[in-house]
Write a protein that binds this ligand. Structure first.
Ligand code: NAD
Length: 494
């Protein structure tokens, strides 16, 4: 990697140490423990972070509870909350380059990817600032003599547990609607990627968010993450992460009947029909899997190509894949950055070995890239695997890396059947110039998101979430606000 650039950015923008953010203050963990945060592109330690304990989790919950029960935040009118959300967004815009650099250093993703994600995080706050001022309860038809109206009230204290693949964007997806609704939050970032969550805490404080409304707590998921999901003073758990973790959280949260939303894993299908614009489909399919180094919940990791265009499509697809530059995330010519950790690198490689054992053919990539520039960082080549059938483990299990399996289908009916033959149901993409087909297939696919002739899955206003074992509840869009609110029905005799 270009060490000088990376190190200069690191010294300029990162603190040596990040403390917990509880009740508006930065604090060491109760036992003083810390852990190291690493740059995945180089394997070097970036900074240290406090490792929160259960005692710290109690303090964060208490702060959020007090802010919710007695503070002004949930009682403030929507316009005032909206103004503050806009101030947070303005603070993020002001520190945009710093947030981007921190995200690149902490995740190994490209600058372009980080810029897009952080801009969306900003826009999420702006979007919910707008939406909250337009939402309200309603009146309902009643028998003579009665009058009924509904009030929308915040759910309460929310534990928000997020993964490492889009650190600040995942934080924004959760914090922005919760704050807009009038909730208070304890944000638990993934241990690999806590830096921008602490920067967001700073920005919230500077914007004037009252103490206790936003708390950030780092530490082990299986310890404090799990503890928060059982905590009797937490009203809602909003979780994004692996399906298996989601099941554990749901079971634990059931003991206190918390509201739960789960955004989980995927194995999303990408269907290329013979009537599509093949060049666009090739571009979109590359982006669909290799963007963010394949570490996207809705990564289109199962590529289905209609059999009569398979040869033409694959020739173009492989040619374009060969032009992808993998390397220094800060270099403008880089298309794909690092993977998050050594263990993730091994997981990816294990799946590639499994693919070979299952009879798959490595058409491109299939190993850690070679070269001094990859040093002690964590890397994997963009990898394309053919000769796969949809029942193989490589086609059914989420890899969470830059690996796509390619299969064929005969006709529309088979395409839909194969797309739906999975435990997951998060994203999906269709490439066709037949509008009626696009509508039929969109309706036939059992997934929360369908991308038609384009590859972007998330905008602030469009709901994002899964069917089946990809979870339930939605993020983004108006639906999400509702999940941070209770509906109170007031019935009067008049
Ligand atoms: P993960 O489940 O290992 O961890 C996610 C978060 O949960 C982390 O903060 C972790 O510390 C915490 N955690 C771990 N165990 C816990 C427990 N028992 N109780 C409470 N919290 C716990 O997931 P990950 O590896 O960080 O992220 C990758 C996964 O996230 C992939 O499966 C991906 O598909 C999914 N994801 C889904 C979406 C979506 O919107 N559906 C978006 C991004 C990522």
């Amino acid at each position: 990697m270009a060490e000088t650039t990376t190190q200069a950015r690191q010294t300029e923008i990162l603190e040596d140490f990040y403390q917990l953010f509880i009740n508006g203050e930065n604090k060491d963990s109760s036992n003083g423990e810390t852990f190291e945060v690493v740059n995945p592109a180089t394997g070097e330690v970036l900074t240290k972070v406090s490792k929160g304990t259960r005692e710290d989790a109690d303090a964060a919950v208490e702060a959020a509870r007090t802010a919710f029960e007695t503070g002004r935040w949930p009682r403030q009118n929507e316009a005032k909350r909206a103004r503050l959300l806009n101030k947070i967004a303005a603070g993020m815009r002001k520190r945009f380059n710093e947030l981007v650099d921190a995200e690149v250093l902490n995740t190994g993703k490209t600058v372009e990817a980080a810029q897009g994600q952080i801009m969306q995080a900003v826009q999420d706050f702006e979007y919910y600032a707008g939406v909250i001022t337009t939402l309200g309860g309603k009146t309902n038809p009643m028998p003579n003599g009665f009058f009924n109206y509904t009030l929308k009230e915040p759910v309460g204290v929310c534990a928000q547990i997020i993964p490492w693949n889009y650190p600040l964007m995942m934080a924004a997806w959760k914090v922005a609607p919760a704050l807009a609704a009038g909730c208070t939050v304890i944000l638990k970032p993934a241990s690999y990627t806590p830096i921008t969550a602490y920067m967001l805490a700073d920005i919230c404080k500077e914007a004037g968010v009252p103490d206790g409304v936003v708390n950030v707590l780092t530490g082990s998921g299986s310890d404090i993450g799990s503890y928060l999901t059982e905590h009797p003073k937490v009203d809602k758990v909003a979780f994004t992460g692996e399906t298996e973790t989601g099941k554990d959280i749901m079971a634990k949260a059931s003991q206190t009947l918390k509201r739960v939303t789960l955004e989980l894993g995927g194995k999303s299908p990408n269907l290329v029909f013979n009537d599509s614009n093949i060049d666009n489909a090739v571009e979109g399919s590359l982006y669909g899997i290799f963007y963010n180094t394949g570490q996207s919940c809705e990564a289109r990791s199962r590529l289905f190509v209609q059999e009569d265009i398979y040869d033409e499509f694959m020739e173009k697809f492989l040619k374009k894949a060969a032009k992808l530059n993998v390397g220094d995330p800060f270099d403008d010519n880089t298309h794909m950055g690092a993977v998050i950790s050594k263990s993730q690198e091994s997981v990816i490689d294990d799946y590639v070995q499994l693919a070979k054992e299952e009879g798959g053919e490595i058409l491109f990539g299939g190993k850690r890239p070679e070269g001094e520039e990859y040093g002690n960082g964590f890397w994997y080549e963009p990898t394309i695997i053919g000769n796969v059938s949809n029942d193989m483990r490589i086609a059914q299990e989420e890899i969470f890396g830059p690996v796509v399996v390619v299969m064929t289908f005969k006709d529309e009916k088979e395409a839909i059947k194969l797309a739906n033959d999975t435990q997951f149901g998060l994203g999906s993409a269709i490439w066709t110039n037949d509008n009626a087909r696009a509508v039929r297939v969109s309706k036939g696919i059992k997934a929360g998101i369908v991308m038609v002739n384009q590859h972007i899955s998330a905008f602030p206003g469009s709901p994002f979430g899964g069917y089946k074992q990809s979870g339930f509840g939605r993020e983004l869009g108006e639906e999400t606000l509702d999940l941070y609110m209770e509906t109170k029905s007031v019935i009067s005799y008049i």
